[in-house]
Every structure is written in structure tokens, then in C-alpha cells.
Design a protein around this ligand. Structure first.
Ligand code: AMP
Length: 116
């Protein structure tokens, strides 16, 4: 079993967070240091450290993460103008918390994907 993470403590309600969605597979909460008017993290309830660690058994949770992102984008009112979903993976991807999470960002123009 992977080590406990700050996000699994949020999933279990042990530390405070602005939770906007929770179901049997995933939990979504607002990023503590938002980079856009809407910045929500969507995490599997069960720890998967990185995208590089997923297996065929994780297909349901990965699909749920994307569907919840789309639903929350609609709820937040950012779907019409558009938004970005992002997963950082390991060191070169800039991942800080080793509990897989999808960033949902929107509410302003986000520019190009990466700085050249
Ligand atoms: P990453 O760099 O993809 O690993 O992103 C980690 C994200 O988690 C950052 O955007 C942080 O601001 C966010 N974060 C870290 N701790 C918390 C927390 N306790 N509640 C909400 N967001 C957090």
C-alpha cells in the first residue's frame, strides 16, 4: 500500500479542504493556491502515486476523473469559454504531490500550453 498523502487525508475528511464533489471513486476540491479563477483538483480516493503507475484496473477511476472534470467545468460556468485539464507526472512534469490528480483550470484565457 502506498504511503499516505495529504490528498488522501483530504479524501477522508481529516484535514480541511473546499470539497466540491465526492463519490465512490474520486474526490474534487479547490486548489489551495489557485492559478485561475477556477482551479480544482480531482483525485482518486485510493492512492495512485503518478500517471505512470496506472494499470488496466484503474480505467474506471481515470474515466470518472475526466467525467467529473467536465461536469464541474459546467457547474463552474467555464465550459462555454473553455478550460484546461492537466496532469503533472513525476519530476520533469513538475509533480509535487505524489497522489495522482487532475487540475481543472478555467475562468480566464490560459494562453499557450507551454512557454517556448
Ligand atoms: P502538482 O504540482 O501537479 O503536484 O500540484 C499539486 C497542487 O496541490 C498544487 O497546485 C498545490 O497548490 C495543491 N495543494 C497542495 N496542498 C493542498 C491542499 N492542502 N489543499 C488543496 N490544494 C493543495
Amino acid at each position: 500500500m502506498p504511503e499516505d498523502t495529504i490528498f488522501s487525508r483530504i479524501v477522508r475528511g481529516e484535514i480541511p479542504a473546499d470539497v466540491v464533489h465526492q463519490d465512490d471513486l474520486v474526490t474534487a476540491f479547490r486548489d489551495i493556491q489557485p492559478l485561475a479563477p477556477t482551479h480544482i483538483l480531482i483525485v482518486p480516493n485510493r492512492i495512485i502515486p503518478t500517471l505512470a503507475d496506472v494499470s488496466a484496473d484503474d480505467e474506471a477511476v481515470l474515466g470518472r476523473m475526466l467525467r467529473v472534470a467536465a461536469d464541474l467545468a459546467a457547474d463552474e460556468g467555464v465550459a462555454r469559454n473553455g478550460y484546461r485539464v492537466m496532469i503533472n507526472c513525476r519530476e520533469h512534469g513538475g509533480q509535487e504531490v505524489y497522489h495522482l490528480h487532475l487540475h481543472l483550470l478555467g475562468g480566464r484565457p490560459l494562453g499557450r500550453m507551454l512557454i517556448r
